[in-house]
Design a protein around this ligand. Structure first.
Ligand code: URP
Ligand code: ZN
Ligand code: ZN
Length: 461
């Protein structure tokens, strides 16, 4: 099967030019002006952008969390991702305490294999480091293609590890060429504030936000950056939200340290005033870390342009309002997370590129190319080049539409962006050479998505 995408504006992290893209089988085989080739299918992309399929490096599908499960599984979540131009995801396989990391890997394979529309991989979230699990790290990196490990400095009593365990993980991961990713907030300080608010009877969603002030994130980020410097491990702070935390990364550059940083689309666009909405409404945006202030959004946009922030993900972790209501009388019981996997590209294009906050090349870099590079998938993924997987979005830069729970594909009864008008729409999406979305319809079956065995990580991208 061959596909010719004709006359589109081909955009990568480096280039922007009008050309034809010829795909044979699953990969790109030629790029050029007026290609003289015979194709089984020709798509006219005149006036459209043609860019690499999005890679969302931070999602939670079918996650068991806080007494319930995230409401999107691999079938529903990757379908929603595809409608929004995301063609690969990296999910978090969570090690259960007392069990091995390989057991987590097996569990997540059961969730995803034969169910995903798009390609996928996992980070392992390390929650229980002992001599046995420590020994697993080498095997996971070298044999399984799982090269990134997330640690939590918060969720005390559930997922949190201490600094001694952190040092141990960092040293082991560095030795075998992997990356340590972190949820960087100070679990003890959060716990102190949670107890204080509870004892004062302050139990509404607003107090989730007030229990995780900026200092909880900037302190932990600084500590993580220091430990990463000391151990020389390749390091990434995920879902970074605020000025104080980014300044810890900025300061580290003064001693020639490089720490990768991910933020999420919600931290660029939404702010903490949402927690002040009437009644229980604010629960829709209860996530950790929480939404921040307008000044933090300015810092994050600047951080993208300064090259300090390398990735924009979603941390997609949806729950129905019925699930959120588990915390109706106590904010600590509201499942943390919100939906967004479908809207990352269109929102970032509309609010970022069209409003002149980032360039179109930066858009491709932070939604696709950097994820492929940081997580060992480049150049198979993350670009449009000869030999690369033909994961491609054909995008109308001028079509306007409105985001709503009525029309989204998330398995969730609310949208975190209800009523947002966006300009720019994914029209056709290809996954490994196959037209997967066209004219707002899905054209592939679940199970088409494949597990991606990833390569080693590197501080150099
Ligand atoms: O609130 C969030 N972010 N839920 C998902 C789990 C995590 O910490 O990433
Ligand atoms: Zn996290
Ligand atoms: Zn997450």
């Amino acid at each position: 099967m061959s596909v010719l995408i004709k006359n589109g504006n081909v955009v990568t992290a480096a280039d922007n030019y009008v050309a034809d893209v010829f795909i044979e089988g699953e990969t790109v085989s030629a790029i050029g002006k007026d290609l003289n080739v015979e194709a089984d299918e020709t798509i006219d992309a005149t006036g459209k952008l043609v860019f690499p399929g999005g890679i969302d490096p931070h999602v939670h599908l079918d996650l068991p969390f806080m007494g319930t499960f995230a409401s999107d599984n691999y079938e529903t979540g990757t379908k929603a991702a595809l409608f929004g131009g995301t063609t690969s995801v990296i999910d978090y396989a969570i090690q259960s305490q007392g069990k091995s990391m390989h057991a987590a890997l097996d569990e997540w394979h059961k969730k995803s294999d034969h169910n995903s529309f798009i390609d996928y991989s996992y980070h392992i979230a390390v929650t229980d480091l002992n001599p046995d699990s420590r020994r697993e790290i080498k095997d996971l990196i070298k044999k399984e293609g799982i090269t990134s490990f997330k640690v939590f400095m918060a969720y005390k009593g559930a997922l949190m590890i201490d600094d001694e365990q952190m040092m141990s993980i960092m040293n082991e991961v560095r030795e075998h060429g992997g990356l340590v990713a972190v949820h960087a907030t100070n679990g003890d300080l959060i716990d102190y504030l949670v107890k204080k608010h509870r004892s004062e009877g302050k139990l509404s969603p607003l107090y989730h936000y007030l229990s995780q002030p900026e200092i909880t994130e900037s302190e932990a980020s600084g500590r993580f950056v220091d430990l990463a410097y000391y151990t020389d491990v390749t390091a990434l702070i995920v879902h970074l939200t605020c000025e104080g935390a980014l300044n810890k990364v900025r300061m580290a550059t003064q001693r020639n340290q490089k720490v990768f940083v991910e933020t999420c689309i919600q931290y660029l666009l939404l702010d903490a005033s949402l927690y002040e909405k009437e009644g229980f409404e604010g629960a829709k945006w209860v996530m950790s870390p929480p939404l921040r202030q307008k000044k933090d959004q300015d810092t994050l946009w600047a951080g993208l342009n300064q090259g300090l922030i390398n990735l924009v993900s979603t941390d997609h972790c949806p729950f129905f309002m019925k699930q959120k209501r588990m915390g109706e009388n106590d904010f600590t019981k509201i499942p943390n997370g919100a939906p967004g996997i479908e809207h990352r590209l269109e929102l970032l294009y509309s609010e970022g590129v069209r409003k002149g906050r980032i360039s179109i090349n930066k858009f491709v870099e932070v939604t696709s190319t950097n994820a492929a590079k940081i997580f060992g998938m480049f150049p198979q993924k993350g670009t449009i080049a000869i030999g690369s997987d033909a994961d491609i979005v054909i995008f109308d830069p001028d079509e306007t539409h409105t985001i709503s729970a009525e029309t989204h594909h998330h398995n969730c009864d609310y949208s975190a962006y209800e009523g947002w008008e966006v300009t720019g729409k994914c029209k056709t999406v290809l996954v490994r050479g196959k037209v997967a979305i066209d004219k707002n319809e899905i054209k592939i079956e679940k199970g088409y998505g494949q597990f991606i065995k990833r390569g080693q990580s590197s501080k150099v991208i």
